[in-house]
Ligand binder design. Structure first.
Ligand code: ADP
Ligand code: MG
Length: 609
């Protein structure tokens, strides 16, 4: 067998398979080249998902005749001036994109070097390059790619529908647009109306520009329901916005991650995100984030993968730790607040009622199956709660306030005296607390809110060395089916850390101790719930995660029930505890614990505005 060197074109086609796997990848390489060239305006258009046509025009530094002649040769780059792979400040550096795209398509590059006399155009078809010809172009570079992958029919077969390819292209553009808020972008798909991300020309404050760009790309409601992340250390910084846990999404598509200005989809960072949100999110739901991580280029390797979507940090633990801590900080600052996008929903349901005044003289919001455990809705009042003594007085009627009181409240003292969640005025349906602040009305789901508080207290106790237990005066014998019994016995050690001391007792279980915070909750119901949780959780899940999920289940039993009357003091004490508890804007299942309606909205309801 004779050895031979593969022809250049074939080498480039093989490389194209790695770097350019779909039209969106070509778009990414070309837009990154424009950004590397210092462009302030980048216009992208494409047809049929970018397969039949893709065009990128920029006003960057351009290329001279001589540069253009070699730009499509493999491993030709202007971006590694001192051969230092540890010090990379540009997107490109491998010199692979242009030759790869040129090898599998019909491509033309038209360019004029900044300050240069004339423009030149170069054609490449399936890897064969023609000599540059004079062209006309006022500035920058225009690259047109037609019939991508025509030279590699096998690849062509793997493309998805034009619609799916266009979505992927748009996703890439959105990510780059977020990374470069000072650059203007436009994007046109087939004959649709172009999308424009305008940068204000004279805007110097990058923070302001970034916020405007995030609003443009991710929508206003994202930022309005997000916490701000800002953590700066000596060698590393994490900045951006992360959605409140109640504003969760079905997919990870709205997770925009950047390392040193480069969009990435990095496993370590995804893992850190999951860790940071942990039990604040319902299963299978995802936060939306725009997160910018900056580390010294020497501490991160971007050359792990040809598309550079993954990176490798020298100190992964440190990076993960800072991401988790900074997101938690942002959420604990913001997350006693629930998303404001719920208020319009609530408002709508109020609005619905007057349309049929006879049938529905009572506002017709459906009491949600109450926060958390669902089946407890309207169950018998439990004696277990951690508020003040039970007080079965009827709920206080809405207070009528005197003029004098109202005057006293003006000037802000009202809010500061009562706190962010206002003063409780009434309880309705023995399920919801109504409270008011100076400019709004709040409806709080008492069970969901309290459940969160109990759970957070348990977590704090865990962190301090273990859940405080209380010995039952008379150990309780509980009968459960075989499967539940055995899963509880198997887990008895980690259950002890969660505050439950259980042992086998003939064909039953003997419960000796329960978490002190649960008071005299229904022991059998707790065991059933915990067993279900354990059966539900994968065997493999870490002990720590198991303990937390058990605590979340138990918290439900230690919480004031829907259906229990509360007096005003109890209600206010619950509100104050919510204000002190991080994450109290949602219950342990990610559902909101309260909704807030502004006075202005209320006035609108009654046409007072
Ligand atoms: P890399 O970006 O890794 O250097 P490419 O194959 O993408 O490799 O590009 C090769 C070279 O062509 C770049 O280093 C740059 O000098 C030049 N180039 C590519 N696109 C542009 C552009 N839009 N404006 C100016 N120069 C460009
Ligand atoms: Mg490049």
């Amino acid at each position: 067998m004779a050895l031979r060197r593969l022809p250049e074109t074939l080498v480039n086609r093989i490389a194209a398979g790695e770097v350019i796997e779909r039209p969106a990848a070509a778009l990414k390489e070309l837009v990154e080249n424009s950004l590397d060239a210092g462009a302030r305006h980048i216009d992208v258009s494409l047809r049929e998902g970018g397969q039949s046509f893709l065009r990128i025009a920029d006003d960057g530094c351009g290329m001279s005749h001589d540069d253009l002649s070699i730009a499509i040769e493999r491993h030709v780059t202007s971006k590694l001036p001192d051969d230092d792979l540890l010090n990379i400040h540009s997107f490109g550096f491998r010199g692979e994109a242009l030759p790869s795209i040129g090898a599998v398509s019909r491509m033309s590059i038209t360019s004029r070097e900044k300050g240069g006399e004339d423009a030149w155009q170069l054609h490449v078809e399936g890897g064969s390059v023609a000599k540059p010809r004079p062209a006309s172009l006022s500035e920058g570079t225009v690259i047109e790619v037609r019939d991508l992958f025509y030279a590699t029919p096998a690849r062509l077969k793997f493309l998805k529908t034009p619609r799916a390819e266009a979505l992927a292209a748009r996703d890439i553009l959105d990510r780059l647009a977020l990374a470069y808020p000072l650059v203007s972008f436009s994007y046109q798909e087939d004959d649709k109306k172009p999308v424009r991300y305008q940068a204000q020309e004279d805007l110097l404050d990058e923070d302001v520009a970034l916020e405007a760009r995030i609003r443009a790309v991710m929508g206003h409601s994202f930022i309005e329901n997000a916490g701000k992340v800002e953590a700066v250390r000596e060698d590393m910084a994490v900045r951006g916005y992360v959605s409140l846990p109640t504003a969760h999404r079905a997919t990870t598509r709205d997770q925009f991650l950047f390392v040193n200005g480069r969009p990435v989809k990095d496993k370590l960072i995804f893992g850190a995100l999951r860790g940071a949100y942990g039990d604040y999110l319902p299963r299978g739901r995802h936060p939306a984030v725009a997160l910018f991580i900056d580390v010294s280029p020497a501490l991160v390797d971007v050359n792990v993968h040809p598309t550079k979507a993954e990176v490798r940090f020298r100190d992964a633990g440190h990076v993960r730790g800072l991401i988790v801590a900074s997101i938690r900080d942002a959420l604990s600052g913001a997350s006693q607040f629930t998303t404001n996008s719920l208020a319009p929903m609530a408002l709508e349901s109020f609005r619905a009622s007057p349309q049929n005044p006879l049938q529905d003289s009572v506002p017709r919001y459906q009491p949600r199956v109450s926060g958390g455990c669902g089946r407890n809705y309207n169950s018998k009042p439990s004696s277990a709660y951690v508020l003040s003594e039970p007080d079965l007085m009827p709920a206080a009627p809405p207070q009528v306030r005197t003029e004098k009181e109202e005057q006293e409240e003006e000037g802000g003292s009202f809010v500061s005296a009562t706190g962010r969640l206002g003063a409780a005025v009434a309880q309705v349906h023995e399920t919801f607390i109504i409270s008011q602040t100076q400019e709004s009305l709040l409806i709080i789901d008492q069970h969901a809110a309290h459940e969160r508080i109990v759970y957070e207290k348990m977590k704090a106790e865990l962190a301090e060395g273990g859940i405080k237990r209380q010995i039952l005066l008379i150990p309780e014998v509980v009968d459960l089916d075989e499967k539940m019994r055995s899963v509880l016995i198997e887990a008895s050690e980690s259950l002890e850390d969660s505050g439950l001391v259980v042992e086998e007792f003939g064909g039953s279980l003997l419960v000796r101790e329960v978490p002190a915070i649960l008071g005299q909750a229904d022991v059998k119901a707790i065991l059933q719930d915990v067993a279900e949780e354990l059966l539900d959780k994968e065997e493999s899940s870490a002990v720590e995660a198991r303990i937390l999920s058990v605590c979340a289940r138990m918290a439900c039993h230690g919480s004031v029930r829907s259906g229990r009357k509360l007096n005003v003091d109890e209600m206010n004490s619950l509100l104050r505890q919510m204000e002190e508890t991080s994450g109290s804007g949602q219950c342990n299942h990610g559902r909101p614990t309260y909704v807030e309606m502004s006075l202005a909205d209320l006035q609108k309801l009654f046409d007072r505005r």
